[in-house]
Design a protein around this ligand. Structure first.
Ligand SMILES: Cc1cc2nc3c(=O)[nH]c(=O)nc-3n(C[C@H](O)[C@H](O)[C@H](O)COP(=O)(O)OP(=O)(O)OC[C@H]3O[C@@H](n4cnc5c(N)ncnc54)[C@H](O)[C@@H]3O)c2cc1C
Length: 386
């Protein structure tokens, strides 16, 4: 338990009480059938937790990314997988900070009431990969509409969302002053888009994570769905990505505590060679090490959240928090699997499922190598390597 447990005790208790009705067995069953945790996400929505960031004037609870991250952390800490619904938290930040008054009035109350879901963000493309400014999807202005052509990959929760934030090039890279300019973001109404210029092809993957290839062929978006100013979308999306990194760091922290609780309990009870396996230093030390790293990562996560909520620059902290937390949760996962022996591989123990789930965060939403390259360049002033 960290000091943060006391500071946010009531919030944590509320989410824990809700999660108690959706134990690991629930997520195990959903994972086995590669389904979506509809009942869980409905309950979370009805309780208002997914509207945490929406200001009170629009019907939400007006909380910050700190509190949003705690909600997501508690889901993973209880043995669930917040990946099914975390999109609404970090996408909300983009709409709140850069959306117009009309856009907020139009969408936020309905999202707060649970009638609309804002769970998807379409950035990654097959050819550009991590090199986001090299994306090829274009949005061309034609009168009162933009016409979108191109392709995206790994776009999550599209089948469980009504709205998607889409990044597309509005000025060709060669004509923009910088490659990071000439990109814009749009709110796409998926209910109108799918089948009318946008096709969705699901990708079967290692985790039970609904993610897709998207194909755009003349998709028309009303011009009023442009978020912020045309050409400045890359800057807006980076802001959202900082919130995403801080929130996913919190999910990794939740995973890490789950693994450590699970393995310490098991190591106390499992007797081999006439004594608990947890009495061996070879077993204790990797668990203790993961715990120490998790606690340190947690401090960086709260610093990233604090800065984001205070409107201070937080790129370095959000990236470092995501790096540390994803690494610590992965080490905790490895120790948990290892010391469960053969039982770690049995689906009934939930370890192998959580192991797969937490592994994702070494790669997405940004790979560890790219975080190291960011810190080298932007924090340490070394020459750009990419
Ligand atoms: C399950 C899942 C869900 C996702 N959901 C979304 C989503 O909802 N929306 C969205 O937009 N994207 C999503 N993504 C995409 C995700 O953000 C990307 O997969 C991730 O950013 C890495 O991009 P890439 O896969 O193209 O890897 P690449 O860019 O091809 O890189 C591959 C690997 O090469 C290494 N590498 C690349 N460049 C460098 C360099 N310069 N220096 C050192 N190492 C380097 C890294 O280790 C990297 O992991 C999702 C991905 C997955 C797997």
């Amino acid at each position: 338990m960290t000091r943060e447990d006391d500071r946010h005790g009531e919030l944590r208790k509320g989410v824990r009480d809700l999660c108690a009705a959706f134990p690991p067995e629930y997520f195990r069953e959903v994972d086995a059938r590669r389904g979506y945790p509809d009942a869980f996400v409905d309950a979370l929505t009805k309780a208002g937790w997914l509207a945490a960031l929406i200001p009170a004037e629009y019907g939400g609870s007006g909380l910050g990314v700190t509190e949003a991250s705690i909600i997501m952390e508690e889901i993973n800490r209880a043995g669930g997988n917040a990946g099914a619904c975390h999109g609404q938290m970090y996408n909300m930040g983009t709409l709140l900070r850069h959306g117009s008054a009309e856009q907020k009035a139009r969408y936020l109350p309905a999202i707060a009431r649970g009638e609309l879901r804002l769970q998807s963000m379409g950035v990654t493309e097959p050819t550009a990969g991590t090199d986001t400014t090299a994306i090829r999807t274009t949005a061309q202005r034609r009168g009162d509409r933009y016409v979108v052509n191109g392709q995206k990959v790994w776009i999550s929760r599209v089948q469980h969302s009504d709205l998607m934030i889409l990044l597309a090039r509005t000025t060709p890279a060669g004509e923009a002053r910088k490659r990071s300019e000439g990109l814009s973001i749009f709110l796409v109404d998926l209910r109108e888009a799918i089948g009318h210029g946008m096709e969705v092809r699901p990708i079967a993957n290692m985790v039970n994570h609904e993610t897709n290839e998207l194909f755009f062929d003349g998709l028309e978006i009303p011009a009023e769905n442009l978020i912020g100013e045309e050409g400045r979308g890359f800057r807006y999306i980076l802001d959202g990505l900082n919130a995403e990194r801080a929130i996913i760091a919190a999910e990794c922290i939740g995973d890490g505590y789950w693994f450590i609780d699970k393995v310490t309990r098991y190591a106390r009870e499992r007797v081999v060679f006439g004594r608990p396996i947890g009495q061996n230093q070879g077993v204790q030390f990797p668990i203790a090490e993961a715990h120490i790293e998790l606690e340190a990562a947690n401090l960086m996560r709260f610093e990233a959240c604090r800065r984001f909520d205070a409107g201070e620059p937080c790129g370095a902290q959000a990236n470092m928090a995501k790096y540390l937390a994803a690494k610590a949760s992965w080490e905790a996962a490895n120790a948990c699997l290892q010391f469960h022996g053969g039982f770690g591989f049995a689906a009934d123990y939930d370890v192998e499922r959580k192991f797969r789930e937490t592994r994702l965060y070494q790669v997405a939403p940004i790979s560890t190598n790219l975080i190291l390259a960011y810190v080298a360049e932007h924090v340490l002033g070394l020459p750009r390597s990419y």
